[in-house]
Design a protein around this ligand. Structure first.
Ligand code: GDD
Ligand code: MN
Length: 379
């Protein structure tokens, strides 16, 4: 069965023409179908009209959403309650050309997803005004720059897909704004995709819901999709905290060395105790400052506020940092030996800082993993 999802907001007049057209189309092709209208409690009572209409055709269902709002989330709601093994999404305002639907569904035999595209040789933006065209072009170029996307019209609100693609992605879709297709493309970079051209039609009734805030949400979504592929926001914050910690760490080492200024490079070979203590001092200083930043910023949503939990977390953080420190120290010590042994001419006091820095970077990654799942575990 094929499920067609029609998200609507004030589309009563359009549906009156569109639903009969779709029924004729599907019947003429003998398509086993269901149509799900997902309406966000439209002021023009689209939902009410559609509910009455659906009494005549049991293949049409209406979902009226009261609390939730938004195009993408309406589409996800529709998909979640669909029964088809293939699912389609289309605007309800007749700007998309339904006559290419049979071809799109057919192409799902060899593809995971098929896009109704305005940007193929036989597709076009139709009478869309220059302002909207530039926006659409711009958004497409931006998406292609930021995400690994090969399709021509990732902005399309017209596409069909295999059910399993939705099932595999549903937990990862962030249903914000307009760009449900973009989310699907970003989540499933290996999908087999085809495009079918059509010309975008003019809107006869009602008006577009695309607004400035939709545009803004779009940019945020793009950046988020990109970063989410490599890093989480938590890790970025942890990284920023860590960077600050690196400076505090090196600063601590420096202060300590200054204070006991007999640590001159000539002594390093004979006496490792003082320079080692300097490294340890810098380390502990950064552990404490990082703990507070992480507790009240990085892991703010899981922060330990009362004294007892805070102290336990500090101890956990400290012991994990100690593991990190052993890694850091081993790297530092090892690199220093390598320097003294093989590059004695280049050796300077500066080398001890470089060696320490490399150690710190390696320890940061292991520490993050441990702190994320242990100190500030989500339970
Ligand atoms: N349920 C629900 N909730 N439906 C909505 C909402 C909402 O918040 N906002 C819009 N819709 C419905 C509209 O009723 C329409 O059926 C469809 O989603 C598309 O909305 P339009 O407001 O007509 O979008 P557009 O024509 O300006 O935008 C076109 O171009 C975009 C990119 O260039 C559409 O083709 C989009 O799908 C496309 O992404
Ligand atoms: Mn439209």
């Amino acid at each position: 069965m094929f499920t067609l999802i029609l998200p609507t907001y004030n589309e009563k007049e359009n549906l009156k023409e569109f639903l009969p057209k779709l029924e004729v189309l599907f019947n003429s092709k003998n398509t086993l179908y269901e149509i799900i209208i997902v309406d966000d409690d439209s002021p023009d009572h689209t939902w009410q009209w559609a509910q009455e209409y659906s009494l005549k055709n049991s293949r049409i269902r209406v979902i009226r959403r009261i609390t939730e709002k938004g195009l993408s989330s309406a589409v996800v709601t529709g998909m979640a309650s669909s029964k088809g093994n293939t699912i389609g999404v289309m605007d309800a305002d007749m700007q998309h050309d339904e006559s290419i639907l049979p071809k799109m569904i057919d192409l799902l035999k060899e593809n995971d997803l098929v896009i109704g595209s305005r940007r193929t040789f036989d597709g076009s933006y139709g009478e869309m005004n220059w302002y909207r065209r530039i926006l659409s072009y711009g958004a497409t170029i931006l998406a292609k720059l930021i995400l690994p996307i090969n399709t021509n019209d990732p902005m399309s609100g017209f596409f069909v897909l295999r059910r399993n693609i939705f099932e595999d992605s549903k937990d990862r879709i962030n249903p914000r704004g307009y760009k449900i297709l973009l989310e699907l493309l970003a989540i499933n970079p290996k999908m087999k995709i085809a495009e079918v051209g059509y010309s975008f039609r003019r809107r006869e009734y009602g008006e577009t819901k695309l607004s400035g805030s939709v545009m803004q949400q779009y940019i945020i979504a793009l950046i988020d999709l990109r970063l989410g592929r490599i890093l989480s926001w938590t890790f970025i914050k942890y990284g920023v905290t860590g960077c600050l910690g690196v400076f505090i760490n090196l600063f601590g080492q420096f202060i300590f060395n200054q204070y006991f200024s007999n640590t001159h490079q000539r002594n390093i070979k004979e006496n490792m105790l003082l320079p080692s203590t300097a490294v340890a001092f810098g380390f502990e200083l950064s552990v404490i400052s990082n703990f507070f930043l992480n507790n009240f910023w990085t892991f703010k949503d899981r922060s330990k506020k009362d004294f007892k939990n805070g102290l336990t977390a500090l101890l956990k953080f400290n012991s994990i940092s100690l593991i990190g420190f052993i890694i850091q120290y081993s790297c530092w010590f090892f690199l220093l030996q390598v320097f003294l042994e093989y590059f004695p001419i280049f050796f300077s006091e500066f080398s001890t800082y470089i060696a320490n820095l490399i150690g710190i970077l390696i320890a940061t990654v292991t520490n993050y993993k441990l702190n994320n799942s242990y100190t500030w575990s989500e339970k």
